[in-house]
Design a protein around this ligand. Structure first.
Ligand code: G6P
Ligand code: MG
Length: 219
């Protein structure tokens, strides 16, 4: 297919449901420190870097940690999170995602990963998708967290696609804002009431049919 467009996928909560593992690991950390946070508050952690997430959580718990303890807690959280990741395989790819990826590959449409996670490559490897992406931009490549557009702008550049021709799939508020800030087409995966700022919102990939993708690519 002739197109000047490219696709950028967020990872956690879009390709795989690791958002639930992040939640479990952060909640354990909070509980161990003597407090809790809500599902609504958790929405604010999606798409947000590890450091920024811990800062927010400590603010909610009205707790201050020394630099050393902060680092130790971050490492503990990641260790706990990775214990869930270790059990993952390609059956964890969310329903409907593979069909879209297969279509992109068959039609030579460039696609990239744009994730805040430093564990992105580990996860892609576990689900056998590491070699499928034309470019991978993750938490090790960026200095500014979503909603800053940096991660998506680098991904588009690597795909050699203009920002306005880039289509981003995101499950987080911060990520949808990052895509909008990059002047890209944003597609929210999740609830309309949370992701209303996106250009389009679907509950999940099973609601997205290939015709919709085709239309976006040929627009
Ligand atoms: C993604 C997730 C966040 C997570 C961030 C950093 O954006 O949505 O919940 O905090 O990545 O992930 P990492 O695997 O590096 O801790
Ligand atoms: Mg996400």
């Amino acid at each position: 297919m002739e197109t000047n467009k490219g696709i950028i996928f967020d990872l956690d909560g879009v390709i795989v449901d690791t958002a639930k593992f992040h939640f479990l690991a952060w909640r354990k950390l909070a509980n161990d420190l003597g407090f809790d946070f809500t599902k609504e508050q958790n929405e604010q952690l999606k798409g947000v870097s590890r450091v920024e997430s811990l800062r927010k959580i400590l603010e909610w718990g009205e707790l201050e940690l020394s630099k050393t303890e902060f680092k130790r807690q971050m490492a503990l959280k990641n260790e706990n999170y990775l214990s869930y990741v270790a059990k993952m395989d390609k059956s964890e790819i969310l329903p409907g995602v593979q069909k879209v990826i297969d279509y992109l590959i068959e039609n030579n449409i460039p696609f990239a990963l744009g994730s805040a996670s430093k564990n992105a490559r580990t996860i892609l490897k576990k689900i056998n998708l590491l070699d499928e992406f034309d470019a991978i931009v993750d938490g090790t490549d960026v200095s500014k967290a979503k909603p800053d557009p940096e991660v998506f702008l680098i991904a588009a550049e690597k795909l050699n696609v203009k920002p306005e021709n880039s289509i981003v799939f995101e499950d987080s508020v911060a990520g949808v804002q990052a895509a909008n800030n990059a002047n890209m087409i944003s597609i929210g995966i999740g609830e309309e009431k949370t992701l209303g700022e996106a250009d389009y919102v679907f509950n999940d990939f099973t609601e997205i049919d290939i015709d919709f993708i085709k239309k976006l690519l040929t627009k």
